[in-house]
Design a protein around this ligand. Structure first.
Ligand code: PAF
Length: 281
């Protein structure tokens, strides 16, 4: 595995690989890797000849007062995991290499960034889209892999790729969970033992909603009240608990097709997200 930080070098190596007829797979990450990230890397390794993983804690997607400075990092461990996973290039640029002096461009999407995390983290998706498009231009991938835990992020990136004719195939991979159901997240590291127990409320709330829907409940408010009750009982502060059309993240009028139940909640100071796509028949 070659470790590089220069965007120009990455592009040169990726173009060289493509000239040799190899396909390039990109897994963008912010590091502190867990099984969720590794499932993306394994998928890239399976599908692509040349695998690039980026680790970059992207400052433009963090708002004031968020956890940019304390975002967990363990580069040594990440490197060992990626080496073992057979990655070809580990790309770890510095903030100055990604955003050189004078940088002033942003990629902004309209409607799809309005609800959920877009509503509570102003400017977050501008930062995500800008860095992801830059990574696409640097790594020139054929395929790029993202986790479905960040369901809105995945949908925003798919929209961006369609809207801007970016020639990258996007693949979303299922949420990877701990044995008890907690969605894997780098931010789980922040949880104390007691918070770790309470954090399970997100998963339990998703389970409850699915059970109610399967039992025939078709009242949005009633469903969300049941979800909120589970989170409240665990003293988890709700940022949002929303039921939206899973295809376009718009509000639903009827219970039909794929519905996205998305939750963001603070367990102590740690903001966690989780979601499930529910099918109403
Ligand atoms: O999901 C993440 O880790 C980040 O939002 C991403 C896609 C690497 C962009 O910084």
């Amino acid at each position: 595995m070659l470790k590089i930080s220069s965007p120009e070098k990455l592009r040169e190596l990726a173009l060289e690989a493509k000239d040799e007829g190899l396909t390039v797979g990109l897994v963008p990450t912010m590091g502190y890797l867990h099984e969720g990230h590794l499932s993306l890397v394994r998928r890239a390794r399976e599908r692509n000849d040349f695998v690039v993983v980026s680790i970059f804690v992207n400052p433009t997607q963090f708002g004031p007062g968020e956890d940019l400075d304390k975002y967990p990092r363990d580069l040594e461990r990440d490197e060992a995991l990626l080496e073992a996973a057979g990655v070809d290039i580990l790309f770890i640029p510095t903030p100055e290499e990604v955003y050189p002096e004078g940088f002033q461009s942003l990629v902004h999407l309209e409607h799809i960034t309005k609800p959920l995390c877009g509503a509570s983290r102003k400017g977050h998706f501008d930062g995500v889209c800008t860095v992801v498009l830059k990574l696409f231009n640097m790594a020139v991938p054929d395929d790029a892999y993202f986790g479905m835990k960040d369901y809105q992020q995945l949908n925003v990136i798919e929209r961006m790729v369609r809207d801007l004719n970016v020639g990258v195939r996007i693949e979303g991979m299922p949420i990877v969970r701990e044995a008890d159901g907690l969605a894997m997240s780098s931010r789980n590291k922040y949880l104390s033992a007691e918070e770790r127990v309470r954090a399970l409320a997100l998963f339990k709330a998703l389970d409850k909603a699915e059970e109610l829907l399967e039992g025939g409940l078709r009242d949005r408010e009633e469903l969300l009240s049941a979800v909120r009750a589970i989170l409240d009982e665990a003293r988890v502060k709700i940022d949002y608990a929303e039921l939206l059309d899973a295809e376009n993240l718009e509000e639903i009028n009827t219970f039909q097709g794929s519905l996205l139940l998305a939750i963001a909640a603070f367990v102590g100071n740690t903001r966690l997200i989780d979601n499930r796509v529910l099918v109403a028949r």
